[in-house]
Design a protein around this ligand. Structure first.
Ligand SMILES: Cc1cc2nc3c(=O)[nH]c(=O)nc-3n(C[C@H](O)[C@H](O)[C@H](O)COP(=O)(O)OP(=O)(O)OC[C@H]3O[C@@H](n4cnc5c(N)ncnc54)[C@H](O)[C@@H]3O)c2cc1C
Length: 396
């Protein structure tokens, strides 16, 4: 890291990074991350935790609530999240509400997810620092519909009806988003349903992003075709007279994508190596910055180099740090050194705050635990900064 970069953004200031944490909370966080470093413990803990929850073993919920849930989830309900949202806001950090339920199939369950998103949007309308709610299309439609649409281009009668219901749910959500002045991030998912998600999202953007960006699509830069798709999406927006909303991520389903491609005898959509993903990620951010008046984008990453590069480019291009079309985001409970140092430096930054009943957010928690185990570099960095801060405080 060069000296000029440090001047624009120092992500290693641990005092700022952990200012939201008491000494006790910091020590607890350190112990939890140390435990999660252990692959065996994470795998065994995930399986045993699920079994214990199913069997209603006493104290399981209590244990989960006070450890991994507390670290990575805002609360079981919106009201429970309020305290955390207010704390984030005190440190100039906005909230993206992420209802944590995983895909279900019954119509009533899908309507329930829609109603939760609607509630999140209403809540956002009343809380100034809640600026976005997330939507996962697989949480709003039965399994198989998006896949069939993509593979065949048409649907069976029953799936066609389900698609119509999905579109109705989405229009209800987008209308509420517009009325509440809270945006919607549509999550990116697996490549075998992503074309369907893109098609639907483009139509929503065309309808709802005329004056202001209400709907954001997500672009996964671990795919080798996504930089071109970002440019195509931008040209589409210009041609049809709407603004593009773009959340730029690297992508969360790499192993699953590779396995699916191998199983179906297809070429994997994933880049040939990490360096190619990193290159396209930074190029995508650069592209968004070059079109910042017509693309509203979120640099959604825990990668320090990409974050600094984006901050540096904003500086070089003489764009205001708090430009309304630029924001950064990290997941709640992770990479606080990025979030709070960005906020302190005056950039727009948010935390993705998942919430929901413990049993429903368990798959999300297992993913976080596994991710923190497998991403050795990230974990080491997380622990290094917490340790540095504990040492710094002990000297004061
Ligand atoms: C706010 C937020 C929202 C998100 N929303 C979504 C979403 O909607 N959809 C989604 O899929 N993900 C989403 N993610 C997860 C994201 O895609 C990444 O999995 C995660 O953030 C790790 O990547 P990173 O940019 O933080 O940095 P790093 O830790 O530097 O990158 C790790 C990532 O690089 C890529 N990678 C690793 N090894 C290789 C390799 N050998 N070849 C090619 N690529 C490789 C993978 O994508 C891996 O996850 C989100 C993340 C955040 C922070």
């Amino acid at each position: 890291m060069s000296k000029t970069e440090r001047l624009i953004l120092d992500l290693e200031n641990t005092k700022i990074a952990f200012s939201t944490k008491s000494d006790k909370a910091l020590n607890k966080m350190y112990r939890l991350f140390q435990l999660m470093k252990n692959n065996f413990l994470v795998n065994a803990g995930s399986s045993l935790g699920l079994i214990a929850l199913k069997l209603k073993v006493p104290f399981t919920k209590y244990f989960i609530r006070n450890t991994i849930f507390k670290q990575f989830v805002g609360g079981e309900t919106l009201d429970e999240c309020k305290q955390e949202i207010d704390l984030l806001s005190k440190y100039n950090t906005k909230t993206v509400l992420d209802y944590g339920a995983e895909a279900k199939n019954a119509k009533e369950e899908l309507d329930k997810v829609m109603n939760e998103v609607i509630r999140a949007l209403e809540f956002g309308g009343q809380n100034e620092t809640v600026t976005v709610a997330t939507v996962k299309l697989t949480g709003l439609v039965q399994d198989g519909v998006l896949e069939e649409l993509q593979a065949k281009g048409s649907l069976s009668a029953v799936n066609n009806e389900r698609l119509e219901q999905l579109l109705e749910r989405l229009h209800t959500i987008c209308s509420m988003a517009k009325a509440s002045d809270v945006a919607i991030y549509i999550d990116a998912e697996e490549s075998w349903i992503q074309d369907s998600i893109d098609q639907i999202t483009n139509k929503l953007m065309q309808q709802y992003n005329r004056d202001k960006v209400v709907v954001f699509n997500t672009f996964q830069m671990y795919r080798h075709d996504r930089l071109d798709f970002l440019k195509e999406s931008y040209n589409n927006a210009i041609n049809y007279g709407y603004k593009l909303g773009a959340k730029i991520v690297r992508g969360a389903y790499m192993e699953k994508e590779r396995a699916y491609a191998a199983q179906h005898g297809k070429v994997s959509p994933i880049q040939k190596d990490k360096a190619s993903t990193d290159r396209d990620y930074d190029l995508a951010i650069s592209y968004c910055l070059d079109h910042v008046d017509t693309i509203s984008f979120c640099c959604a990453t825990h990668n320090m180099a990409s974050t600094i590069k984006c901050a540096e480019s904003i500086h070089k291009l003489e764009i205001s740090k708090d430009h309304e079309n630029i924001s950064f985001s990290q997941l709640y409970g992770m990479s606080d050194y990025i979030t709070f140092n960005l906020a302190d430096a005056g950039f727009n930054v948010s935390k993705y705050v998942p919430y929901g009943p413990i049993a429903d957010v368990i798959p999300y928690l297992i993913r976080r635990a596994e991710e923190n185990t497998s991403v050795a570099g990230e974990m080491t960095r997380e622990l290094k900064y917490i340790r540095e801060e504990i040492n710094r405080r002990s000297k004061n």
